[in-house]
Ligand binder design. Structure first.
Ligand SMILES: *[C@@H]1O[C@H](CO)[C@@H](O)[C@H](O)[C@H]1NC(C)=O
Ligand SMILES: *[C@@H]1O[C@H](CO)[C@@H](O)[C@H](O)[C@H]1NC(C)=O
Ligand SMILES: *[C@@H]1O[C@H](CO)[C@@H](O)[C@H](O)[C@H]1NC(C)=O
Ligand SMILES: *[C@@H]1O[C@H](CO)[C@@H](O)[C@H](O)[C@H]1NC(C)=O
Ligand SMILES: *[C@@H]1O[C@H](CO)[C@@H](O)[C@H](O)[C@H]1NC(C)=O
Ligand SMILES: *[C@@H]1O[C@H](CO)[C@@H](O)[C@H](O)[C@H]1NC(C)=O
Ligand SMILES: *[C@@H]1O[C@H](CO)[C@@H](O)[C@H](O)[C@H]1NC(C)=O
Ligand SMILES: *[C@@H]1O[C@H](CO)[C@@H](O)[C@H](O)[C@H]1NC(C)=O
Length: 757
C-alpha cells in the first residue's frame, strides 16, 4: 500500500500507544481514537503487541486448514513444488504436509497472528505471486519503514551499493556529503534485506529488486512498504560513520472502536467483517468438521460468478506524468506509451513502455482494451513513418494484467508469428467432476435447456464454466479438441495428473476463449516492422503474469533478447522474469462457488455424472472457515500452469531458469532518468562489455545458445505423450490467423477475471 513518501511520514508525529490498560489492543484502540491511524501511524511495536495478544483459534484453524487442503487442490503447481527440479532456488516444498504440520502444532503458536503468518508463509515460499493467502488478521495493519532504499552502481557494471532513496539525486550531481549505507540493524545492508523479505518472486534477485524503491515511478519498495511486522526500529549506519535509529510505523484503515483486548479484536475482525462472509452461514455451531454438507436444493438462485478485477498488488501501475520525456504516443490509461530516443547512435531507436496490462481504473474495460491496442497501433505507424528500426520494450515493474492485451501486443509487433500461449490445469477429482458434468450438459439438449433456464446463460457459451468449456480451446498443435476426454487427458507428470496443454482460440467469433466483449485482435497482413534481432526487452526482473507470458512469446516464438537491471550485488546472470510465470488466477472463493453452483442445479438439470452427495464437490463447496477468514478476493489460487511451446517435458514455465542476455545495475543517473536508463540498456544490448561481468551468455539465454522454438508447427515429438487412448499429437499445422470473416456483435462477455493473469 502506498503511503506518503519517505521522510514525510517520518516527520509525522507518532501517536504514542499509551493507555492505562495493560492490554496492547486497548492501547492501540486508544491511540487510534485520538488520531487518524490511517494517516499518522502508531509504533510498529504497539501494533505487533496487539496482534500478538490475539489468542489462537485452535478449533477454527484446524477446520480452516482442512478446508485449505481441499481448495488448494486447484493451485496448478501444488504437487510440482515437491519435486521442483534443480533450476528452482527454493528447494522442495510439500504444501499439504506444511499445512498438516501447522495443524498439529496449533497449540504451540504464540498468537492467532503467528498462525496466520505461518500459513501465509507457505504461499510465500512458493515464490509465486499468483498464490495468495491474505486472511483478515494480516490485513489490519500496514507496517512501514518511513524511508526507501535504492541500489546503484558507480558505472552500471561495478557492484552496487545501497543508499537512502533521497540521496541518489545529490549523488548524481556529485555531492560529496552523500554516503552509502554500511549496515542496517548491525548487518551488511543486502544481507539484512535478504533476512527480512517476505515476497513472492521466483528467485532472490527478484525478491531483492522488490525491496528497492523505483527511481522513475512512485512505486515504493517492500523495504519501506513492509510485508509483515519487522521490528520496531531500523538502525542505519552510513559509511561516513553517521548513524540513525528510525522508528517503524503501523497504519490501520480500520476502526478499533469497542476493542479492549485480543479477544475482542478477534470478535471484531476475524469473524467475517473483513471477508464479507456472514457469520450466520459460516459459523456452523456444529463444530464437527466432516458434517457440513451442502446438498443440492430445489430451484434456488444460481450464482452469478462475480466479474471484476482481482488485482491488489503489482498491477495498477501507471507511467508517471513527470520525469519522463515527451512521448510520441501515450494511452489515456497511462499504462502504455511510445518514445523516440535522441542523440548520436540512438536516432533509429524507439521505446515501447508497457508498465502494466491491467486497467488502472475500475471502470471502462472495453475502452481500456481498445485504447491500449490503438496506442500500440499508432506507435508502430509512427515508427514506420519515422523509419525507426530498433526497439526497446520497457517492461520494468510490469506485473501483468489482461491476457488479450499481451497477445495483441505481440501480434502487432510480429504479425507473421502465431503466439503460442499454452496452459493447463491440475486434473484433480473435483476439477474432473465439474468438467464431466459440464460436458454432459452441453451434449444433451434437454439438460442444456434446463441449464440455460437456471443459469441464465447457455452452456455452449458458458462464461461461468469457461475453464471446462473444452470446445472453446485448441490443442497445443492448434487444432480443435475432439472431446472432453482428449482435453482432460490427464497426463501423468512429476507425480501429478494434469490436463493436456491447451491454447486459446483467437477467432473473433469465439467470445468465450479469450476475447473480452468489444475487443478484437488486430488482423490483416503486414510484415513485422522490427526484426527480432533489433529488439530488446528491458526488465527489472519483476515482470510476471501476463508480462511473463509476453516475454515467453517474445523470447521463444520471436527470438527477442533481454537486458535486466538490478538484483543481488554479484557478478552473475540474472533472470529476465521473476514474477509469476503461471496462467490464469482467481480468488479462492470462486472455486467453492463453481462446485456449489453445480450441486445446486444438478438435480434440476438432471446431471448423472455425479451423485448429489458427491464428497469431492461438497467438500469444495463447503468451506465456511475459508469464507469467514479469507473469503475475499485477496486470497487467490493460480488455476493454470503455462507451458512452453516445444517443451516435451511440459514443465511449468515457473520452474525453468531463464537468464537474461545481460545484466546491468542502475547508476545514479539512470536510476531516476528513464531516457538515460533506456540508453544504458541499449548500449548493453549492443555491446556485452557494458554488461555486468559474468552476466552474459548463460546457456538459457538466446545469446548463450538457447534456440527459440519459433513459429514452426508443433509435431507430436515436441509434446509430452498423450494418454494412450487420446488423439493428441496430431501433425496438422496451426491454422492461419485472422482470415475469418467478421461476425457482428458479441453475445456473452467472457468473465473478465478469468482472462487476467
Ligand atoms: C517462513 O518459512 C521459512 C522456511 O521455513 C522460515 O525460514 C521463515 O522463518 C518463515 N518466516 C515466517 C515469518 O514465518
Ligand atoms: C553521512 O551520510 C549520510 C547519508 O548520505 C548523510 O545524511 C549525512 O549527512 C552524512 N554525514 C556527514 C557528517 O556528512
Ligand atoms: C518503538 O518505537 C517508538 C518510536 O517509533 C518508540 O517511541 C517506542 O518506545 C519503541 N517501543 C519499543 C518497545 O521499543
Ligand atoms: C454461442 O456463440 C456463438 C458465437 O457468438 C453463436 O453463434 C451461438 O449461437 C451461441 N450458441 C448458443 C447456444 O448460445
Ligand atoms: C475457433 O473458433 C472458431 C469460431 O467459433 C471455430 O470456427 C474454430 O473451429 C475454432 N478453432 C480453431 C482451431 O480455430
Ligand atoms: C445453493 O442454493 C442455496 C439455497 O438456494 C443457496 O443458499 C446457496 O447460496 C447456493 N449456493 C451456491 C454456491 O450457489
Ligand atoms: C480413455 O481411457 C480411460 C481410462 O481407461 C477411459 O475412462 C476413457 O473413457 C477413455 N477415453 C476415450 C476417449 O476412449
Ligand atoms: C479485424 O479487426 C477489426 C477491427 O478491430 C474487427 O472489426 C474485425 O472483427 C476483425 N476480424 C477478425 C476476423 O478478427
Amino acid at each position: 500500500m502506498m503511503r506518503n513518501s519517505a521522510f514525510l511520514v517520518a516527520s509525522a508525529a507518532v501517536v504514542a500507544a499509551q493507555s492505562s490498560s495493560s492490554q496492547p489492543c486497548a492501547a492501540v484502540a486508544s491511540s487510534l481514537s485520538r488520531s487518524s491511524g490511517a494517516t499518522s501511524g502508531i509504533s510498529a511495536q504497539a501494533a505487533f503487541d496487539c496482534l500478538n495478544s490475539v489468542p489462537v483459534d485452535t478449533s477454527g484453524n484446524s477446520q480452516l486448514i482442512d478446508e485449505l487442503k481441499r481448495v488448494w487442490q486447484f493451485q496448478s503447481e501444488l504437487v510440482w513444488y515437491k519435486n521442483p527440479g534443480s533450476d528452482w532456488e527454493y528447494g522442495s516444498l510439500d504444501i499439504i504436509e506444511e499445512l498438516d504440520r501447522i495443524k498439529s502444532s496449533l497449540g504451540s503458536f504464540q498468537s492467532e497472528y503467528a498462525v496466520q503468518l505461518a500459513i501465509q508463509n507457505i504461499t510465500i515460499r512458493t515464490g509465486n505471486f499468483h498464490f495468495n493467502y491474505q486472511p483478515d488478521i494480516l490485513q489490519i495493519f500496514d507496517f512501514v519503514r518511513p524511508f526507501n532504499v535504492a541500489s546503484v552502481s558507480s558505472d552500471g557494471k561495478a557492484l552496487p551499493k545501497l543508499y537512502v532513496h533521497e540521496d541518489i539525486a545529490p549523488l548524481a550531481t556529485g555531492s560529496r556529503r552523500v554516503s552509502a549505507i554500511e549496515q542496517i540493524n548491525g548487518q551488511d545492508p543486502y544481507e539484512f534485506l535478504k533476512s527480512t523479505w517476505f515476497s513472492q518472486y521466483i528467485d532472490s534477485d527478484g525478491r531483492m529488486n522488490n525491496m528497492f524503491s523505483k527511481g522513475d515511478t512512485e512505486h515504493q519498495g517492500a523495504f519501506a512498504s513492509q510485508d509483515k511486522y519487522d521490528g520496531n526500529n531500523t538502525d542505519i549506519k552510513w559509511a561516513n560513520g553517521t548513524t540513525a535509529t528510525i522508528g517503524n510505523l503501523a497504519f490501520s484503515d480500520f476502526s478499533f472502536s469497542g476493542i479492549t483486548d485480543g479477544q475482542s479484536f478477534f470478535q471484531k475482525f476475524c469473524t467475517g467483517s473483513i471477508s464479507g462472509a456472514s457469520v450466520s452461514i459460516a459459523d456452523t455451531k456444529d463444530k464437527d468438521a466432516g458434517v457440513d454438507v451442502v446438498s443440492p436444493r430445489g430451484p434456488g438462485p444460481v450464482l452469478t460468478i462475480p466479474r471484476g478485477d482481482y488485482h491488489t498488488r503489482n498491477k495498477r501501475q501507471i507511467i508517471p506524468s513527470s520525469g519522463y520525456p515527451d512521448s510520441v504516443v501515450e494511452d489515456a490509461s497511462g499504462t502504455v506509451a511510445g518514445y523516440f530516443l535522441n542523440g548520436q547512435g540512438y536516432q533509429d531507436v524507439a521505446v515501447l513502455k508497457i508498465i502494466s496490462f491491467s486497467n488502472p481504473s475500475s471502470s471502462g474495460e472495453t475502452l481500456f482494451n481498445n485504447g491500449f491496442q490503438a496506442t500500440i497501433k499508432d506507435f508502430l505507424r509512427q515508427c514506420e513513418s519515422q523509419k525507426k528500426s530498433k526497439l526497446i520494450i520497457d517492461l520494468r515493474e510490469n506485473g501483468g494484467g489482461n491476457t488479450n492485451l499481451l497477445l495483441d501486443a505481440f501480434m502487432q509487433l510480429f504479425p507473421e508469428l502465431d503466439p503460442f500461449s499454452g496452459q493447463r490445469y491440475r486434473a484433480s477429482d473435483p476439477w474432473l467432476k465439474i468438467g464431466a458434468a459440464v460436458d454432459e450438459i452441453r451434449n444433451n439438449a434437454d439438460m442444456s435447456r434446463k441449464y440455460r433456464t437456471s443459469a441464465g446463460e447457455s452452456m455452449e457459451n458458458t462464461s461461468i464454466y469457461r475453464f471446462w468449456a473444452w470446445w472453446h480451446f485448441r490443442k497445443a498443435d492448434g487444432t480443435n479438441f475432439a472431446s472432453w476426454d482428449e482435453f482432460n487427458g490427464p497426463i501423468e507428470l512429476n507425480d501429478d495428473k494434469l490436463t493436456m496443454t491447451m491454447r486459446y482460440n483467437y477467432s473473433s467469433s469465439d467470445r468465450v476463449s479469450i476475447l473480452p466483449a468489444g475487443f478484437n485482435f488486430v488482423n490483416g497482413t503486414r510484415p513485422s516492422l522490427f526484426e527480432a534481432k533489433n529488439v530488446v526487452m528491458f526488465t527489472d526482473a519483476l515482470c510476471g503474469s501476463s508480462c511473463a507470458s509476453f516475454h515467453e512469446e517474445l523470447k521463444n516464438i520471436a527470438g527477442v533478447k533481454a537486458v535486466t537491471v538490478g538484483g543481488l550485488p554479484r557478478n552473475q546472470p540474472i533472470q529476465t522474469v521473476t514474477g509469476s510465470k503461471g496462467g490464469e488466477v482467481l480468488p479462492m472463493f470462486l472455486f467453492s462457488e463453481y462446485a456449489g453452483n453445480l450441486l445446486n442445479i444438478s438435480s434440476r438439470v438432471g446431471v448423472t455424472t455425479f451423485k448429489s452427495d458427491d464428497t469431492d464437490l461438497t467438500s469444495i463447496a463447503n468451506v465456511p472457515r475459508i469464507a469467514v477468514r479469507a473469503g475475499d478476493a485477496a486470497s487467490r489460487v493460480q488455476s493454470q500452469d503455462q507451458i512452453r511451446k516445444g517443451d516435451k517435458s511440459a514443465t511449468p514455465l515457473q520452474f525453468i531458469y531463464e537468464a537474461s542476455d545481460c545484466k546491468i545495475f542502475y547508476t545514479p543517473d539512470t536510476y531516476f532518468d528513464p531516457d538515460a536508463a533506456w540508453k544504458q540498456a541499449w548500449d548493453a544490448f549492443s555491446d556485452d562489455s557494458k554488461c555486468v561481468s559474468g552476466s552474459t551468455k548463460h546457456k538459457s539465454s538466446i545469446s548463450g545458445g538457447y534456440t527459440p522454438f519459433g513459429a514452426k508447427a508443433l509435431s507430436a515429438e515436441d509434446q509430452p505423450e498423450a494418454p494412450a487412448n487420446g488423439s493428441g499429437g496430431s501433425k496438422s499445422a496451426a491454422p492461419k490467423m485472422g482470415q475469418k470473416s467478421v461476425v457482428g456483435a458479441l453475445v456473452i462477455p467472457v468473465m473478465a477475471a478469468a482472462a487476467i493473469m
